[in-house]
Design a protein around this ligand. Structure first.
Ligand SMILES: [Zn+2]
Length: 524
């Protein structure tokens, strides 16, 4: 009988698959013992949780032998779960995170271990531990992060770091539709709330069974630190307020930033500004960005030195950087704090019409992007002066990239970009490939069709016209690539210069000098 064979082999195939899944579970637990510091008691516990998840009665008789986490363990284990109807292909990532949650040490255990390491080996070893847990638990998905294209752009006025972000997958229309259909529960309130700790996620919200945090007090308020899942630079971490309240730049901001650098002197911490256009993407929940001082702005010298007579221990300077940065440093924390508060108070209401800086129109426009760090025992505070005013000619912002640069970057310019680390949209990879094709085709491009609004390169039309007139269309692949990358780099420089409230021309420099005098600083 034709059907008979299938009926007979099915149970044995299932048994073989089950046996394979049991071995994968053993591999996963062994991986966690080796890479996530899972102790032997928690390993037994995790094994039983996984057996329940998959509906197995007893574990594999063999000890696990973990290979590569993603390809050797998680991919086949999740495929098995999809086959058994335990999850769907659309929810595979949520399910995978749930599995990793079983084998990642509990939040309380991670905090205890972090504190133990901090006490015995210091803060730097402790943050290294939390970073390792965050990577090895796949909370930071390094296999995705490694897909990012990253390069340095060298300029005498300051190098830039540029990343094309391919780690964040573009959402498909089906994903968007699924997210739309999900009822909004309002829980957790946002991506940063403490309630994300262990949250199972859904089509709208990432699963967070693997996030681990460490609590701390900043300005005597409960905050916590976590690593960023996106790793825009080395050991990129986020300090988050335990309460969901909006971003605000106040005197307390400086206190919190410097409290953090007292706790973690090997890290910087900076706050996005508290206004749209010049702020970050999440303004609803107060949080700061920090990590290793790997961002280009930190390596820039002071361009002009100033003194504030009543604070002789304070070094004040205008930084030699694309936008408008005041650098304060002193062995005295109180001096830095006092000067920063004074600068903030004055800047909030400071206008200089000669350079287009207006503090108020229909709403307040002046704010600051502050960044704190420690250097050779000194407290250092960088204050990037920002203004988010728009007018008819600049609907996107007077101190924001104009429309001709939006093909490269349209979003707000937050602190990471303001410091010279650009995160560009993943779409650029495919668009650059198509532009490269034009520059190597040996034929005149069909400009009419490229200019049509529905053409995939229409937003790059002006750039393509310029590239073709400058380099022609008979380039080698390498030359075409070089021309495109150079164009992206120079656009990023232009974007940064747009964010300067005081430009680097003579009138901008004079205006900056007037502001320095207004805060009580005299040229050294
Ligand atoms: Zn929140």
């Amino acid at each position: 009988m034709p059907g008979k064979k299938t009926i007979e082999t099915e149970p044995s195939v299932k048994a073989a698959d089950d046996e394979k899944a049991l071995r994968l579970i053993a591999d996963l637990v062994e991986y966690a013992k080796q890479k996530l510091y899972l102790n032997k008691y928690d390993a037994v516990y995790a094994t039983n949780q996984l057996l329940a998840e998959f509906g197995f009665g007893a574990p594999s008789a063999e000890t696990g032998n973990p290979g590569e986490l993603q390809s050797d363990i998680l991919d086949p284990l999740v495929a098995y779960a999809v086959e058994r109807g335990l999850t769907s292909p659309e929810d595979a990532l949520l399910y995978e995170t749930r599995l990793m949650g079983y084998v990642t040490p509990s939040p309380g255990q991670v905090i205890t271990t972090f504190d133990d390491i901090a006490a015995s080996k210091g803060a730097e070893a402790a943050t290294k531990y939390l970073c390792d847990v965050s990577v090895n638990s796949n909370y930071i998905r390094m296999t995705d992060i490694k897909k990012n294209l990253k390069w340095n752009a060298k300029y005498p006025e300051g190098d830039l770091t540029i990343t094309v972000n391919l780690a964040k997958p573009e959402k498909s229309n089906a994903d968007v539709a699924r997210a739309k259909a999900m009822p909004q529960t309002g829980y957790p309130k946002c991506l940063l709330c403490l309630e994300n700790l262990g949250y199972h996620g859904n089509a709208r919200h990432p699963a967070r069974e693997t996030i681990r945090i460490v609590p701390m007090y900043l300005n005597d308020e409960p905050w916590f630190m976590q690593f960023s899942p996106y790793v825009y630079f080395d050991e990129h971490c986020i300090a988050v307020s335990e309460t969901h309240h909006p971003m605000a730049i106040t005197d307390s901001t400086f206190v919190r930033l410097m409290d953090f650098t007292d706790l973690f002197p090997h890290f910087f911490l900076g706050s996005n500004a508290d206004l749209p256009i010049v702020g970050g993407s999440i303004l609803a929940h107060e949080h700061y960005q920090g990590g290793r001082k790997a961002l280009p702005m930190f390596s820039r010298p002071v361009r002009e030195h100033y003194v504030i007579p009543e604070s002789p221990d304070l070094s004040v300077g205008i930084l030699d950087w694309y936008n408008s940065v005041i650098r304060l440093s002193s062995p005295s924390r109180a001096s830095v704090q006092r000067a920063a508060s004074r600068i903030l108070e004055i800047w909030r209401s400071y206008s200089d019409e000669s350079v287009g800086v207006l503090a108020h129109t229909d709403a307040p426009h002046n704010t600051i992007t502050p960044i704190a760090c420690k250097e050779s025992g000194q407290y250092v505070l960088y204050l990037i002066l920002r203004n988010n005013r728009t007018d008819e000619k600049h609907p996107y912002g007077i101190f924001h990239p104009t429309e001709d640069m939006h093909n490269i970057k349209k979003e707000g310019i937050g602190l990471i970009e303001a410091m010279g680390t650009f995160i560009l949209p993943g779409r650029l990879q495919e668009e650059c490939r198509r532009i490269r094709e034009i520059l190597t085709s040996g034929q005149a491009p069909d400009f009419k069709s490229i200019s049509a609004p529905d053409h995939p390169l229409s937003k790059h039309f002006d750039m393509i016209v310029q590239l073709v007139s400058e380099y022609g269309t008979s380039n080698t692949n390498a030359d075409a690539n070089k021309a495109i990358v150079e164009r992206i780099n120079s656009t990023c420089v232009k974007i940064l210069k747009c964010t300067a409230v005081f430009k680097s021309d003579a009138s901008g420099k004079e205006a900056f000098g007037r502001f320095m005098n207004r805060i009580g600083a005299e040229k050294a």
